[in-house]
Design a protein. Structure first.
Length: 109
């Protein structure tokens, strides 16, 4: 009985580990990620969830990996959030493909 209880507890702890993973929040503004006037570089650990937030400026943007170990693309939005868990180590070049001429890029390492 103790062994079954110990196995059940171990399984519960393993299942709970992702719930404690870090989340990095990134604001999407009008033609910038994070902070106006800068080309940000964000460093996160593997397993971190990155959450982009559109504050509702009315200007559509998306989040697209143009180069990296894994590619992904958010829907085009004007408000709301998009989250992606970074599971592969490497450098991700992320941009808004709608505003490619605006240098709206983000590097996640």
């Amino acid at each position: 009985m103790k062994r079954i209880l110990a196995l059940a507890l171990s399984a519960a702890l393993v299942a709970a580990v992702p719930a404690f993973a870090a989340t990095k929040k990134i604001k999407i503004g009008d033609n910038y990620f994070v902070k106006k006037g800068s080309q940000p570089k964000i460093t996160v650990k593997r397993g971190t969830t990155v959450r982009w937030t559109w504050p509702g400026t009315g200007v559509p943007h998306n989040v697209t990996v143009t180069k990296g170990p894994v590619t992904f693309r958010s829907p085009t939005k004007t408000k709301g959030t998009y989250s992606k868990r970074v599971t592969k180590k490497g450098t991700y070049r992320i941009s808004c493909t709608i505003h490619s001429g605006m240098n709206m890029t983000l590097k996640v390492r």
